[in-house]
Design a protein around this ligand. Sequence first.
Ligand SMILES: *Cc1c(COP(=O)(O)O)cnc(C)c1O
Length: 238
Amino acid sequence: MKIVDIARLSAAAHRYGALAVVDNTLATPINQRPLELGADLVIHSATKFLGGHADALGGGVCGPSDLVNRIYHFREINGACLEPMSAYLLLRGMKTLHLRVRQQNESAMRIARFLESHSRVARVFYPGLAAHENHDIACRQMTGFGGVLSFALHGGFEAVKEFLPRLRYANLAANLGAVETVAGPPATTSHVESTPEERAASGIPEALIRYSVGIEDADDLIADLEQALDSRGEPASR
Ligand SMILES: *Cc1c(COP(=O)(O)O)cnc(C)c1O
């Protein structure tokens, strides 16, 4: 949930003759357009928001044709090719991208505010919150703050293990960007290969939970988080 100043980073790269490449997977092209901010290439995991239904794997690279053609040629030689069913599902998914992302932006903002006000939550990371350390940069370069947020519980990883199984709507998985809400701890998913010291150095608390907001009713998601946070000590029903 860290925010990088893309215009500044791109200008710095160009001063040294380097290219600036932005992975825009979490922001989506609806919320952030790095090429307009000076980046040279943009990459997306289409598996996430672009496809949006957690049923196809794919990726894309966007930019000026001279750069993209070099990548295309490399791909031709190496033989990577999107299989037809995935291509179809990604095309179909992308038709509702703007609608899904609009809903996800709105719900994520409400959920971030709810979590920020809860006593069992130690920190909330969401670029749309005024408390985010780079909220000003996010406001300059994004038109929406996205559907992914993270939050740390009081009580360390033990609290995470108790909390996650209590969620009734969120799927517990490592994916993000789907129509279904997905939650998981970076300590055992995206950053499982880092040591606790490395995670701490990257600003990832052990009790951090990544929460990718789906298109479910936001009131239901908030009620679900609330019951899971408040039912501490009682056995989980699932
Ligand atoms: C998932 C992800 C990737 C990898 O994409 P796959 O489609 O799973 O291979 C790359 N970047 C980001 C930011 C991701 O979330």
